[in-house]
Design a protein around this ligand. Structure first.
Ligand code: ZN
Length: 64
């Protein structure tokens, strides 16, 4: 009896086998949905810019 897992996106039972390349997702759609959430905001990683240690000139920030 093959092991089954729940699709992280829709909680559908998915057979955990090499044939299913979308595992642990039930389908490519659910996989894309999860990846989309990953890229949008669910797991957004804070990005901060650090100034170059050598550069000593200040750049003005104007409108536009
Ligand atoms: Zn699913």
């Amino acid at each position: 009896m093959p092991k089954t897992v729940a699709c992280p996106t829709c909680n559908t039972e998915v057979a955990w086998q090499p044939e299913n390349k979308f595992r642990p997702f039930c389908s490519e759609r659910c996989k894309l949905i999860d990846l989309g959430a990953w890229a949008t905001e669910a797991y957004r990683v804070p990005v901060k810019e650090e100034p170059d240690p050598g550069e000593s000139s200040s750049s003005g920030q104007g409108p536009g």
